[in-house]
Write a protein that binds this ligand. Structure first.
Ligand SMILES: [Zn+2]
Ligand SMILES: [Zn+2]
Length: 272
């Protein structure tokens, strides 16, 4: 029973995190479109990338939340220890798991080709979720870069040096709003500027991490499992992308139901 209560708490916690992240995306997008892009009069320029990257981000975020990245997604483990399987002693598994999986203590389950536990999706990024995570962080980079460009134009055309400091220090803006010194829209715009700049920095770090993992087999941020390949350093970048995501790797940007080569064919990746 204690376990069930704990599980319930975890599920509620996950839902709050996912709801909050969705709220953040919708909030910044609404402020960006209706208060900033409309105000600077450049919607024709900024709205198309906002819609494109925004929808790509939401779709792939949802996939990263929903897809089972655990070792249980590959079916029942064999009852007898065979090649390609090992024993995991932790409570969530206590049985055979694929050798190319690593236990996540937050998910309490082994995750195939575990990259890292993503707190924003409340799920592990591993073999099953990695392609969608890659599209997610690339579209997040595109979206936040678009927002930051629009923000810079807004700041340079609408802010005096005196209000600039207040604009970029969002918590002070919120306080100023409650004290009645600034309008609500000014407060929201200021929050948007800070959130989109922070998200841009975050997406750069994540993209750098995944770039290294993909092309140098060297995880930079987390203790990810390298996606091993015999000749990753000698391979051309395009060949490496094809190896990990399949020949039709570009389909991940177009079709959210697409699956990569390693997803389709369990066990083809070797672990170093
Ligand atoms: Zn495990
Ligand atoms: Zn996890």
């Amino acid at each position: 029973m204690a376990d069930e209560g704990q599980q319930m708490k975890t599920i509620v916690g996950h839902n709050i995190v996912v709801f909050f992240t969705f709220f953040l995306i919708i909030f910044t997008t609404a402020v960006q479109i209706f208060l900033i892009q409309a105000e600077i009069g450049l919607m024709g320029l900024f709205l198309p990338p906002t819609m494109l990257f925004g929808s790509m981000m939401v779709i792939n975020y949802w996939k990263c939340v929903k897809i089972d990245s655990s070792s249980k997604s590959v079916g029942k483990p064999p009852s007898v220890q065979t090649d390609g399987w090992r024993y995991c002693p932790y409570t969530g598994c206590s049985g055979s798991v694929p050798v190319n999986s690593r236990h996540c203590h937050q998910c309490n389950v082994c995750v195939i080709q575990r990259d890292h536990h993503c707190h924003f999706t409340a799920n592990c990024i591993g073999q099953n979720t990695l392609p969608f995570f890659m599209v997610l962080i690339l579209s997040m980079f595109g979206l936040t870069l678009t927002y930051c460009f629009a923000n810079i134009i807004y700041i340079t055309t609408h802010e005096t040096p005196g209000t600039l400091i207040l604009t970029v220090v969002a918590p002070i803006q919120v306080l100023w709003y409650f004290l009645g010194y600034v309008t609500l829209s000014h407060c929201l715009i200021s929050l948007n500027i800070v959130i989109s700049f922070g998200a841009l920095m975050g997406s750069i770090v994540l993209n750098y991490h995944e770039y290294n993992l993909l092309f140098h087999n060297k995880p930079y941020l987390t203790k990810s499992m390298p996606i091993a390949s015999s000749g990753v350093l000698k391979m051309s970048k395009l060949d490496r992308i094809k190896e990990v995501y399949g020949k039709k790797w570009y389909m991940f940007f177009i079709d959210p139901t697409h699956q990569s080569a390693i997803q389709k064919q369990f066990g083809v990746t070797k672990v170093m």
